[in-house]
Design a protein around this ligand. Structure first.
Ligand code: 6PG
Length: 482
C-alpha cells in the first residue's frame, strides 16, 4: 500500500505532524536530507507505527499514492525553493507540494504561480501551536491552489485542533499566499497579546509592588474571565515557576526579546497597505527597544532610576488593568482584521473572517475564548469593518473606557512604559473622532510643497492650492497618494 502523504523535514514540527497524521490512520512517508535523521526517527518516536522512511526524493515520490501530496516542514526561504526545484522533475502533473513553514506570503504567491505553469499544485499553509500543537492538534491555515484542497482537506482537518463544538481549526483560507498571510497576521497578533501581558506584569510588579505568587494568582483569575487564553494561562505558570534556589525563574531571564520576523512582516505589510496597525507595530518596536539592553542600562544611570510606585487600592488597580488589557486586545484584533480585510480586497482573496477566527479558536498560540466572540461578530456581519463596532465588543470598550484611561494615564505619570495599551487607546480615540487635525497637516503640505488639499465645502476629488505667502506661484504639485 502506498503512502497517503510525504513529509520532508524531521525537525520537531515535522516529526510531530507525522506522528499526528499516523494517529489518524494516514500512512506517512518521512524524508530528511540527512539519512541518519530518518533512521533515528523510525527507530525512535516512529517505532511500531505505520510510518515509513524514504532516503531519497525519488524513493519518497515512488512510495506515494497519486496525486502525490508532499509537505515541506523545512526552514522558510531558499531551502523551500531548493526542495521544490529538486522535486518538480520527479512529479507528475496534478501532484501537490505543501509548504508548512513560516514563509513570508509573497514567496508563496510566487511559488503558486510558477508551479501552476508546470501543472503542479502548491499550498502554503500556516501551522501554529508549537511542538504540542503539531503532535495533538495544531491550527492549520492553508491557501494556494484551490484545486489541491479537496485532496489535502481530509488529512488536515483530521489532524487539526477542534473547537468545543468539534469543528476543525483548519479550513481553506484563499488563493495564492492567503494562508501564509493569515498565519503572518496570527503571529503579529501573538506579538501584541504577549506585549500586552508583559505590560500588565510590569505595572503589577513595579507599580503595585506585587510578588510573583500574587501575580500568578491574578493571571489564574483573569484566565476565568473574557481573557481566558493560552497565553494568559502559560503566563500564570511562568510567574509561579521557581528556579532551583526557590526564586522566580522569570527574573533571572535577560530582558531582551528575540524575534524571527513574522511580527515585523506584519508591520511592514500594514505600512505598505496604509492600515493603522499600531498595536502590533508597537509590540515589534518594544522588542527592538528591549534589545538595546546596554544602552538602556547606561541611560537609566544617566537619567536616574524611576520610582514608579502606583498608590491606591491594589484590587481596584488590578481590575482596571484587566479591563485595560481586554480593551487593548480588542483593538489589536480589530486592527489585525482590518489588515486582513484590506489584503483580501487588494488580492481578491475573499477571506472569510469568521472562519479565520474559528481556525484560531483552538490549537494555535493565540487560542482564546475571545475568538468565539469574534466569530459571532462576523457571523452577524461578514463585512464588519471595525470589530469594535460589533455590539458585544463595543459594550466592552465602553465599559472599560474609564479604567483603561486611568491605567494609561497612571503609567505615563509614574513612567511605566506601556506602548501597546496606550497606543490602543490613542487609536480608538483617533478612530472615533470625526474631525482630526489632518486639515492643518494638509495646509502645511500645501504651504511648503504645493501638494494641494480638498475642501469640506467642495466635492471630494477636487483639489485646491493656495499661495499662502503671496510669494509662491500658482503651480501645484501632483496629487497622487502612496
Ligand atoms: C506558532 C508561532 C511560531 C513562531 C514562534 C516564535 O504559531 O506556533 O507563531 O510560528 O515561530 O511564536 O516567533 P518569534 O521568534 O518571532 O517570537
Amino acid at each position: 500500500m502506498k503512502g497517503d502523504i510525504g513529509v520532508i523535514g524531521l525537525a520537531v514540527m515535522g516529526q510531530n505532524l507525522i506522528l499526528n497524521m499516523n494517529d489518524h490512520g494516514y500512512k506517512v512517508v518521512a524524508h530528511n536530507r540527512t539519512a541518519e535523521k530518518v533512521d533515528e526517527f523510525l527507530q525512535g518516536p516512529a517505532k511500531g507505527t505505520n510510518i515509513v522512511g524514504a532516503y531519497s526524493l525519488q524513493e519518497l515520490v515512488d512510495k506515494l499514492e497519486s496525486p502525490r501530496k508532499i509537505m515541506l516542514m523545512v526552514r522558510a526561504g531558499d531551502v523551500v525553493d531548493s526542495f521544490i526545484d529538486k522535486l518538480v522533475p520527479l512529479l507528475d502533473k496534478g501532484d501537490i507540494i505543501i509548504d508548512g513553514g513560516n514563509t513570508n506570503f509573497p514567496d508563496t504567491n510566487r511559488r503558486v504561480a510558477t508551479l501552476k505553469e508546470k501543472g503542479i499544485h502548491f499550498i502554503g499553509s500556516g501551522v501554529s501551536g508549537g511542538e504540542e500543537g503539531a503532535r495533538f492538534g495544531p491550527s492549520i491555515m492553508p491557501g494556494g491552489s484551490p484545486e489541491a484542497w479537496p485532496f489535502v482537506k481530509p488529512i488536515f482537518q483530521a489532524i487539526s485542533a477542534k473547537t468545543e463544538n468539534n469543528e476543525p481549526c483548519c479550513d481553506w483560507v484563499g488563493n495564492d499566499g492567503a494562508g501564509h498571510f493569515v498565519k503572518m497576521v496570527h503571529n503579529g497578533i501573538e506579538y501584541g497579546d504577549m506585549q500586552l501581558i508583559t505590560e500588565a506584569y510590569q505595572f503589577m510588579k513595579d507599580g503595585l509592588g506585587m510578588t510573583h505568587d500574587e501575580m500568578q494568582s491574578v493571571f489564574i483569575e483573569w484566565n476565568k474571565t473574557e481573557l481566558n487564553s493560552y497565553l494568559v494561562e502559560i503566563t500564570s505558570d511562568i510567574l509561579g515557576y521557581k528556579d532551583t534556589d526557590g526564586e522566580p525563574l522569570v527574573e533571572k531571564i535577560l530582558d531582551t526579546a528575540g524575534q524571527k520576523g513574522t511580527g515585523k512582516w506584519t508591520g511592514i505589510n500594514a505600512l505598505d497597505m496604509g492600515i493603522p496597525l499600531t498595536l502590533i507595530t508597537e509590540s515589534v518596536f518594544a522588542r527592538c527597544l528591549s534589545s538595546l539592553k546596554d544602552q538602556r542600562v547606561e541611560a537609566e544611570e544617566l537619567f536616574g532610576k524611576k520610582e514608579s510606585i502606583v498608590e491606591g487600592d491594589k484590587q481596584v488597580w488590578i481590575e482596571a488593568l484587566r479591563q485595560a488589557l481586554l480593551a487593548s486586545k480588542i483593538i489589536s484584533y480589530a486592527q489585525g482584521f482590518m489588515l486582513m480585510r484590506e489584503a483580501s480586497n487588494e488580492n481578491g482573496w475573499d477571506l472569510n473572517y469568521g472562519n479565520v477566527a474559528l481556525m484560531w479558536r483552538g490549537g494555535c498560540i493565540i487560542r482564546s475564548a475571545f475568538l468565539s466572540n469574534i466569530r459571532d461578530a462576523y457571523d452577524i456581519d461578514p463585512e464588519l469593518s471595525f470589530l469594535g463596532s460589533d455590539s458585544y465588543f463595543k459594550g466592552i470598550l465602553e465599559n472599560s473606557m474609564s479604567a483603561w484611561r486611568k491605567v494609561a494615564a497612571k503609567s505615563m505619570e509614574v513612567g511605566i512604559p506601556m506602548p501597546s495599551m496606550t497606543s490602543a487607546l490613542t487609536f480608538l480615540d483617533g478612530y472615533t473622532t470625526a474631525r482630526l487635525p489632518a486639515n492643518l497637516l494638509q495646509a502645511q503640505r500645501d504651504y511648503f510643497g504645493a501638494h494641494t488639499y480638498e475642501r469640506v465645502d467642495k466635492p471630494k476629488g477636487e483639489f485646491f492650492h493656495t499661495n499662502w505667502t503671496g510669494k509662491g506661484g500658482d503651480v501645484s504639485s501632483t496629487t497622487y497618494n502612496s
